[in-house]
Design a protein around this ligand. Sequence first.
Ligand code: GCW
Length: 718
Amino acid sequence: MAQGVAGSSAGGAPAAFSVQNVAAGKMAAIAIRLLQTVVLALAAFPSAAWAEDGYDLWLRYAPIENATQRDTYRRAIAGVVVQQSPATAAIVSKELARGLKGLLGTEVPAWTSVNGDGALVVGTAASPIVSALGWGMVLKELGPEGFVIRGAQIGGRRAIVVASAGDRGALYGTFHLLRLLSTGAPIARLDVRETPRHQLRLLNHWDNLNGSIERGYAGRSLWKWEELPAIDPRLHDYARANASLGLNGTVLNNVNANARSLTAEYIAKAAAVANALRPYGLKVYLSANFAAPTSIGGLATADPLDPSVQKWWKDKAAEIYKAIPDFGGFLVKANSEGQPGPQDYKRTHADGANMLADAVKPHGGVVMWRAFVYDASVDPDRTKRAYMEFVPLDGTFRDNVIVQTKNGPLDFMPREPYHPVFGAMPKTPNAVELQITQEYLGHSTHLVYLAPMWKEFLDTDTFVKGPGSTVAKIADGTLQGHRVTAIAGVANTGSDQNWTGHHFAAANWYAFGRLAWNSSLTSEAIAGEWIQQTWSRAPETVQAISTLMLGSREAFVNYTMPLGLHHLIGGDHYAVMPENDDKRRLDWSATYYHRADAKGVGFDRTRAGSGAVDQYARPNADRWNDPRTTPENLLLWFHHLPWDYRLKSGQTLWQGLVAHYQKGAEQAAAMETAWTALKGAVDAERHAAVAERLRTQTTDAAAWRDKCLAYFAQFSGR
Ligand code: GCW
């Protein structure tokens, strides 16, 4: 918390402390006068002295500029009464004190009861004030994470009540109310009822025990493994940020898991993190290395059907739950990219998942078993393999197994069709795995707002149960009636002062959390909230930043992999590399995917090609089997087409490709120009940091356009 406070309470505080160290009385007097001036200046222009390094994320609580609105809020919230269990109550009280002080520019006192007009009451259903309101039925319906925010008369006094059946709901409701105030929402007739769409809303950290982060672009692991069980105070701010979005779990370690994370030493470290995160409603999970019984357990095998292996995992689970009573469960990457798994013993993914599920079941845990597998012996087309391995297993998983699947069948590309596993395993809960960290989307160097990409995926109709069978409804369990629902985002956080490297990458963390809570929110709405809380409330500024963000993903697609091209990448997955013909594995190269030759370009996944289209339900399968009914933004994903193929625009495929690359480079340049115009509209410190990265983005975009077109021109001869 220390850093957060320093980050938000701004310039005055450190000066105050330094006064203590000045011995000479005269100097102290000068310092105090100086300090008074600083404090006065701060009061007059609170935002001018803001230490804007991005540390405070969307929880800046910058003063509300509009005086009328601020006065309305002040009248509505004159005192705060918090009634819930102590650990969370302390967090709620602190957040309200901080948030209201920041927004309203005045201390709002804590009251022990509603002793005047303008009480803000936060409480659980069991609290005296809330239980007397008779809202029990509604709160029960909304569940322990849901909440109500409404006006009420309490003992003849005006009040706003944030109520929930549970502590977590009251916490989420508190953050929701602060968000409403931060974004200038009217509060005269509040009637908010919220409940999350997915039960498990998790961040997956690909953090290694040595502190590095796989595909991390914002510094080192936040956990500081070597210092644990001593807790870095910064973890409280991590937890606050997640709680403000309603995220309720976090997987601490990389799915390429080091078995040591399951040793007593590391369980104690994980327990310390769990203790720190628990009051914020976050459960801890661990990635499990399937071979742990052999590597750290001393067994001769990790065969899931071997009783000694089963016992080892049961004992291990019991050991973990002893240290972390509310441990969430295991996340597993098995038989994928060299990770061990049940297939090493000729067993299936279900055999492996079920063994672990049995181990955590008595403690209420779950197993999230990843479907990111692409064993080359299964099918020549990498994108078909996971479906072929997993769909036949539908119905054979224990009821506490969740199959976790990336949004697309390849690997977090800038654009992919949805993964055909979604909807094809009606008896198995399917967790969505999204990647917040921008592995293939410009790392923390390019500004790419990912909500539009995720919404495109979630809103796609799979037709598995007729029209309207969107991925969102499969993920939230409403279409196929799943017992447990989950959504995971591969985190982009790290030790960088602003958490995510690029100030705008925080928008992706934010958007993931908001969509995990409510997947029907629009990209625009989420961007709007985030901008107002993070940058400015001035309508023209919000509009300008929003436009820039909303166009950024399509711009990135245009200057890297337009028209359904994919995996034009190699090396560190930053710059496009269409020439990459990785000798180690065909399906790690770029040439395997684009298949450019004198005749044309693209991967034929029609019935005449790999047949991948038939992993999708009709009519998608039929539509995508024919280039004329395939959306052009996925054209070369499904088809190998001649360079002279006519696009809907009348251009040839080659001309279309050129136009997309050109447009992408122009869009990147336009983003930079738009940002330059915002100089002065946002704080100088963050403006400069973003401007610097946009400069690189513009340069990259032009270079990548040139590189790709020069490369493809060798084949097109145009
Ligand atoms: O996208 C690939 C990444 C790997 C990652 C893997 C996975 C954690 O390049 O770094 O490993 O996906 O999702 O398992």
